[in-house]
Design a protein around this ligand. Sequence first.
Ligand SMILES: *Cc1c(COP(=O)(O)O)cnc(C)c1O
Length: 395
Amino acid sequence: MNVPLLDLKPQLARLRPQILEAVTRVIDSTGYILGREVTAFEEKIANYCGTAYGVGVSSGTDALLAALMSLDIGPGDLVLTTPYTFFATMGTVLRTGALPVFVDVEADSLNIDPQAIAEALEADRKTGSRIKAIIPVHLYGQCADMQRIMALSQEYGVPVIEDAAQAIGAEFPFEQEGRIVWKRAGSMGLCGCFSFFPSKNLGGIGDGGMISTSDHGFTEILKSNRNHGAEPKYYHSRVGGNFRLDPIQAAVLAIKLDYLEAWHAARRQNAAHYRQLFLDAGLIDAPVILPRAMYAEVEGAEGHNHHIYNQFVILVPQRDELRQFLQSQSVGCEIYYPLCLHQQECLQSETYRRQSFPVSQNAAATSLALPIYPELSHEQLAHVVAMIQRFYQRT
Ligand SMILES: *Cc1c(COP(=O)(O)O)cnc(C)c1O
């Protein structure tokens, strides 16, 4: 049995006529830069996320870069983030001339640790308050502890840019006066950055991204920055870039957004099914670790984070051998991420290389993402777990 890590063909087969119609409509309109399609999709995303505005951009990476540039972050500044994320989270910080400050993640969610954020902000306050932004990453599709992070943001006056590239539609339960208020990824910080890379839960037919925010002034700066800082045309009070969202992508994504909740639900069901299969196979806790918070919701825990399972990740011993074995059995799997950011060669600084973030480094050494896309059959999920069981019986 073949179980690819991701197969976009079933989704395409279902939506193909609508997608072709939308693409044709844009082509025939001859309006190829921004315009109605982009504006309509921006409103749709803002509405979905629970923010006042959306600013369509060319990728998730450019969403982060435009957000940092719009906060005037640059040389001499520091940005606090996690070392266990996709490279773009740090790459964009470095491109502004600022430097990242890393703090470790929590073992049960692999999301940035609010206690460690508090300590870093306190230390920074004593040494000149150079930290100009915090970028929590909602890793694998589950929000970081945004209630505590936003409290720290207010206490220290440091804005939060949510890297929500993997987490569109994920929700965090805020406790407000004894009540739970669910807030969506991208609506809690100053802004949220989304990616429509094809493998994300909402994926385009190419690159695309979005920044969500409810701050009117910040929206104006973002819109200016995505278009070379031109205001009016050919007059540049700031240096932006070309970060514009393609209207073809906007038109296709607007169609797909209507299906997103159903796709999230199917991914959640797959996660619950995996968990049951691992339990039945006697693999849970040893050798297969399902980090607790990442599966609390499918275990039925009350009031827990709504996870959208962009990735379904297990922690395992002999991870590299297991990966090879699964691939030899036509079971797709991938490592997100094999190396922490502070260990990346491009940083070229002893200060970073001497640092140690044990939880992140353990995750980098043991994490493995399994197929989780909505159209997987129960037989395919069972096959994945059976192959993992076979591997650990052999070794
Ligand atoms: C995908 C991703 C990005 C970058 O998005 P692109 O659209 O590929 O540029 C940034 N951060 C995280 C956490 C991501 O997963």
